[in-house]
Write a protein that binds this ligand. Structure first.
Ligand SMILES: Nc1nc2c(c(=O)[nH]1)N[C@H]1C(S)=C(S)[C@@H](COP(=O)(O)O)O[C@H]1N2
Ligand SMILES: [Mo]
Length: 396
């Protein structure tokens, strides 16, 4: 298998993010819209979307595990200037801006001066599953593998902000990582949260993922973890936190990662696009099939173990229903134990393939708020996709 080196200091190609206002990756210079599998540093075989910047997708069968192994956890970067290594002794996290004391923390400070916490949470790219959109939308053509479930260990963001001392009148907190734009003039990837969200006691700075330091390609040494929110906010290689007395107006908050305003499911009509947009935030409810894979051949009379995942923004999955007759009738499937409110939840159903024929299965989750999935889902950027999934199986 081809090995790829994803770390560069000089920009070889014009991968200007300015043209890419959404979750887009450059599909001309170095992208492959195929199923090419590659070995990237620190990673096992993954599907390559682009190599500069690195974008790698997790093969579906790993979703038969409760936690996604670090060596196949999806990778999504906007900027191609990534350092090939980061010195653990010299690394510092800076906290500044509208605070009483500027703070500089080493990794050791974070591990010794704060109470550690662990949260199991699903990281899902806002553009996960974009390739299935109809009409087609430009951007990284992800299948369902731009997500992963992990146990994150680190410190509460609120504890770190309290150490710096927030001044009265603070509104937003912004987060930046070590990665840089390939060209001057390209806006650096900086995201922000409202102060209340930053202080909620769950938003955390993680130094471990599944009990290990984060892989470099997943944001070593520190990643902001915003449980229940799309992973665009989960800034990797985090080394700068700035508190703002005004609304933070960076490119990646004002021009990119926007969804139709006041619309929980993110749906948009292609013929009359929404006029008012807002920054994407909490994940909507969703379920997917993991096994069998589409168009699998099933033996007549056999028991077919159908398995998949369901998840939402942290309100909790209430039920998952499966249809074997293209949506005419539905029955509830069995749910595995809850691993945490921000985790995905695995579901399974043993189906007896009694009679030969073609079967169209559908899967639909409902959360504890009663929110469920639409028959059709689309928006201009291909974000928040949660259309009811269809699986076709042949029984022979
Ligand atoms: N520093 C930095 N953090 C970042 C990004 C980035 O480009 N740079 N991309 C974001 C997006 S859009 C996603 S989906 C997640 C992906 O995290 P992962 O690569 O560890 O899976 O990182 C987020 N954090
Ligand atoms: Mo993303």
């Amino acid at each position: 298998m081809r090995k790829v080196n994803l770390f560069i200091f000089i920009a070889f190609c014009l991968t200007s993010c300015l043209q890419n206002t959404s979750e887009k990756v450059n599909t001309k210079a170095s992208a492959v819209e195929s199923d090419e599998m590659v070995l990237a540093p620190g990673k096992s075989a993954m599907r390559l979307l682009t190599d500069r910047p690195p974008n790698l997708e997790t093969p579906l069968h790993y979703f038969l595990m409760d936690y996604t192994p670090n060596d196949v956890f999806f990778v999504r970067w906007h900027m191609s200037n990534l350092p090939p290594e980061i010195g653990t002794d010299t690394f510092r996290l800076r906290v500044g801006g509208h605070v009483k004391n500027n703070v500089e923390l080493s990794l050791n400070d974070l591990k010794t001066k704060f109470t550690p916490i662990s949260i199991t949470a699903l990281a899902q790219c806002a553009g996960n599953s974009r390739s299935f959109n109809d009409p087609h939308v430009p951007g990284g053509q992800w299948k369902n593998g731009a997500m992963g479930n992990a146990k994150w260990t680190g410190v509460r963001l609120s504890d770190v902000l309290k150490m710096a001392g927030i001044k009265n009148g603070a509104v937003d907190v912004s987060f930046n990582g070590i990665d840089d734009p390939p060209l001057p003039g390209t806006p650096d990837f900086v995201k922000s949260l409202r102060l209340e969200k930053a202080m909620d006691g769950e938003t955390m700075i993680a130094y471990e993922m599944n009990g290990e330091p984060l892989p470099l390609l997943n944001g070593f040494p520190l990643k902001l973890v915003v449980p229940g929110w799309y992973a665009t906010y989960w800034i990797g290689m985090l080394n700068d936190i700035t508190v703002h007395a005004d609304t933070f107006a960076g490119f990646w908050m004002k021009k990119a990662y926007l969804v139709p305003q006041n619309n929980r499911d993110g749906n948009e009509n292609p013929d009359s696009l929404s006029q008012s947009m807002e920054p994407i935030n909490k994940m909507n409810v969703r379920s997917i099939f993991v096994t069998p894979e589409p168009d699998s051949l099933i033996q007549t009379g056999s028991i077919c173990e159908i398995q998949g995942l369901a998840f939402d923004g942290g309100d909790g999955i209430q039920k998952v229903e499966l249809s074997e007759d293209n949506g005419k009738t539905w029955k509830e499937v069995n749910l595995d134990a809850v691993l945490g409110k921000y985790s995905w939840r695995r579901w399974r159903y043993s189906w007896k393939a009694n009679t030969a024929g073609t079967y169209i299965f559908k899967i639909k989750a409902t959360n504890t708020l009663g929110e469920t999935q639409p028959e059709h889902h689309w928006n201009r950027s291909g974000y928040m996709r949660n259309e009811i999934e269809v699986l076709k199986l042949e029984v022979k």
